[in-house]
Design a protein around this ligand. Structure first.
Ligand code: NDP
Length: 290
């Protein structure tokens, strides 16, 4: 036995393998289990211990990290092994919804274990490096105790005692990311395949990075609980969006994404400005319908 922290990783898909590799690189005594045992081979060659069963894997360490495809798999793995959970800290890094995290957290806690739910804001190649972070929610006492061990995976960020909060923040951040991806895809389609790579590197990425800063509210707005003020008025933005729709149409680029953006803008203008901007609402209606 050594004084090194001991950790179990259950689930060795591409993310679980990255997590286990980070634990090994940090010198942690690392036990691994995967439904398809061969996925543990390379880790065992690097020093991990292969558990023969889920029960053995839970027994091996006080800190157990679960990272499988979905909550059906989580339930399948944990339910028959409830009696092995007592005294453990179970960290569930499986992607899911807030209510699934809360349900699993309540069940795990009822077995005498402490529960942390996690949202991994990284891809496997970012694990063990400073650029990724992992959101945690649930037992703050367990988080504080395990913090050093969790730091080897990615920067740990605790978001609250409600076990569902990591999943909620994870889904919110992912929806922001997919919005950016969809917008970037439309932008490169408009530019065309020949210039897309150069355009992305030299213009699109710097532009998106600069505009991301606009999201940050000023300190006065933060105090008032307001969303950032409109430096760029809504009518100006709606007119520009209508131009982008027309421009895309003439370049033969599909406009589905843009009309989805125009619809809420039309509704906000119609609700907030009344007759003053009715011409603009009409313009947007025309773009959505044509
Ligand atoms: P993979 O598809 O690579 O691996 C899925 C893992 O789940 C495998 O270990 C698989 O076992 C296991 N599994 C699936 N069903 C069952 C089951 N019924 N019983 C036991 N084990 C099961 O996925 P990832 O490793 O990439 O993702 C794992 C989690 O991490 C997901 O929730 C994902 O959303 C999250 N995540 C992944 C990221 C990524 O970029 N990859 C980024 C952020 C989060 P087997 O090998 O036997 O099939």
């Amino acid at each position: 036995m050594t004084d090194e922290p001991s950790v179990t990783i259950i689930g060795l898909g591409s993310m679980g393998q990255a997590l286990a590799n980070a634990c090994l690189a940090a010198g942690h005594r690392t036990t691994v289990w995967n439904r398809t045992p061969a996925k543990a081979d390379a880790l065992v060659a690097r020093g991990a211990t292969r558990a023969a069963t889920v029960s053995d894997a839970l027994w091996a360490s006080d800190l157990v990290i679960l990272c499988v495809l979905d909550y059906d798999a989580v339930d399948e793995l944990l339910a028959p092994n409830a009696d092995m959970l007592k005294g453990r800290v179970l960290v569930n890094l499986t992607n899911g919804r807030p209510e699934q995290a809360r349900r699993t957290g309540a069940w795990v806690t009822a077995q005498g274990a402490e529960y942390l739910d996690g949202g991994i804001m990284a891809i496997p190649s970012m694990i063990g490096k400073p650029e990724g972070f992992i959101l945690y929610s649930g037992s703050s006492a367990a988080f504080d105790r395990c913090r050093a061990a969790l730091e080897v995976l990615a920067v740990p960020t605790f978001v609250g005692e409600d076990a569902g909060l990591a999943a909620l923040n994870d889904l919110a951040l992912l929806s922001g990311m997919y919005g950016i991806f969809a917008g970037a895809r439309h932008a490169t389609a408009l530019i065309g395949p020949e210039r897309a790579a150069e355009f992305t590197t030299s213009l699109l990425i710097p532009w998106l990075q600069a505009m991301a800063n606009v999201l940050a509210p000023s300190s006065a707005e933060r105090e008032a609980g307001d969303i950032p003020s409109e430096e760029s008025p809504l009518d100006m933005q709606a007119t520009a969006l209508a131009n982008i729709v027309q421009g895309s149409r003439s370049e033969g680029v599909g406009i589905d994404l843009l009309t989805h953006l125009l619809t809420p803008m039309r509704d906000i203008i119609a609700a907030g400005e009344g007759d003053a901007l009715s011409d603009l609402v009409g313009l947007i209606e025309k773009e959505i319908r044509s």
